[in-house]
Design a protein around this ligand. Structure first.
Ligand SMILES: [Cu+2]
Length: 138
């Protein structure tokens, strides 16, 4: 009986640890743009409950030909976007992609963005984790 209980506790321990490496993709959304627009942006909050820092290295989507990770910054007094190689998601912390800051850039849209429609996004992390999540157009 004792051994049986220990076995159960051990397997719970393993499950808890597995769960901790699951990154949370919260409220992903894509900005609705006029049909003539070739670009749109996406936003999301990513939580990292694990004890290791991780990087968001890519987002895959069939919404556009190219998907990049971008940030905003001042260049000669003008707010400009620029591509970043990855976005850090600190251990026990989060990355917040929001208008005016870090964002997902959809370049050369293949589809129209229509409010309420959903598009599949795949978030790729530096440790090889891939998470699929639907993002809604707003
Ligand atoms: Cu951008």
């Amino acid at each position: 009986m004792k051994i049986f209980l220990i076995t159960i506790l051990l397997s719970f321990g393993v499950m808890a640890e597995d769960y901790e490496t699951n990154y949370e993709i919260l409220n992903p959304w894509i900005r609705e743009v006029p049909p003539v627009s070739k670009m749109s942006a996406g936003f999301v909050k990513i939580k990292n409950p694990s004890k290791k820092d991780v990087k968001l290295v890519a987002v895959n989507s069939d919404l556009s030909k190219t998907v990049e990770l971008h940030t905003h910054g001042m260049v000669d007094g003008v707010m400009k976007m620029r591509k970043v190689p990855h976005i850090n998601v600190p251990a026990m912390g989060e990355a917040n992609l929001k208008p005016g800051g870090l964002h997902i850039m959809f370049i050369n849209l293949k589809k129209k963005t229509i409010e309420g429609e959903k598009h599949n996004l795949e978030f790729v992390f530096s440790d090889g984790t891939k998470i699929k999540k639907e993002a809604v157009v707003k």
